[in-house]
Design a protein around this ligand. Structure first.
Ligand SMILES: Nc1ncnc2c1ncn2[C@@H]1O[C@H](COP(=O)(O)OP(=O)(O)OP(=O)(O)O)[C@@H](O)[C@H]1O
Ligand SMILES: [Mg+2]
Length: 245
């Protein structure tokens, strides 16, 4: 007869509960590429209804962090929680749980038209036009022939029509005119005000801060500072020092 193991009676190790209302949580997250350790001990949170900017110089690890949150990179250590639970392993399952993710290449297939890019996520064009009406003229245009702003609108519209509970966007406005950038940031602000948790990497620090609630600064793979956006706007000199140190 098998006796029950004493080990099976042991309570599981105490895990600090994830606070209610948090949508994205990382704890002591470490990640990298093979032997290259990039992220070290990243603990952050993005709550329901919050728009949070992730700032930092080139090579700081911003993309690595977002890819780890989205599930494309496995943590070497630490945890990612989504919507109060440990995140599923696979990116598509995280997406089904309510995580929208736009990578820095905007996830569009360049040779497909807008209509075909939508068909890949089984959505009718009307859903996209409800988000960005001006794309109506571009439904039959291939992704590579759209302007950068239009490409990002397709990417953002595509993510928004799935009504994500959290939205993570890398390089929102790379290569875009300031007026388009601010329109997209304003759109993210509206989404956050409607309850979505938004985490955005944006190179235009001042613009990002004028729309976001809070910002983290990542440098050399570590969070070196976190403040409400309004406070950062009053200490831009200090912020720029974090970009060069
Ligand atoms: N696929 C990869 N394989 C190996 N190293 C990588 C890979 N992607 C990024 N790195 C390295 O990881 C570090 C962080 O890069 P990452 O792209 O995350 O930074 P970033 O903050 O997004 O920079 P940027 O502002 O230029 O987009 C860099 O040293 C980079 O060279
Ligand atoms: Mg990057």
């Amino acid at each position: 007869m098998m006796l029950p193991s004493i080990f099976s009676r042991r309570p599981p190790p105490a895990v600090e509960p994830v606070p209610p209302g948090t949508c994205i949580v990382t704890r002591n997250l470490c990640a990298g590429y093979g032997d290259l350790e990039v992220l070290r001990d990243i603990t952050l949170h993005v709550d329901r209804g919050e728009m949070v900017a992730l700032l930092g110089p080139n090579g700081a690890g911003k993309t690595t962090l977002l890819n780890t949150v989205a599930g494309y990179l496995r943590p070497a250590a630490g945890e990612v929680h989504l919507f109060g639970r440990p995140a599923a392993a696979q990116p598509h399952v995280r997406a089904r749980q309510g995580l929208g993710f736009i990578a820095d290449d905007r996830n569009l297939l360049p040779s497909l038209t807008t209509r075909e890019n939508l068909r890949m996520i089984r959505r009718p064009p009307g859903d996209l036009l409800a988000v960005f009406a001006e794309l109506g003229e571009k439904l039959n245009t291939r992704g590579e022939l759209l302007s950068g702003g239009q490409q990002q609108m397709v990417a953002l519209g595509r993510a928004l029509i799935s009504q994500p509970k959290a939205l993570v966007i890398d390089e929102l406005s790379l290569g875009l005119a300031p007026v388009v950038r601010d329109r997209l940031l304003a759109r993210l602000r509206v989404e956050a005000d409607n309850g979505t948790a938004v985490l955005v990497v944006e190179q235009s620090v001042r613009s990002a801060l004028s729309f976001a609630d809070r910002a983290y600064v990542l440098s050399h793979g570590q969070i070196v500072a976190e403040r409400p956006a309004k406070q950062w706007i009053d200490s831009l000199d200090e912020l720029s020092e974090l970009f060069v140190s």
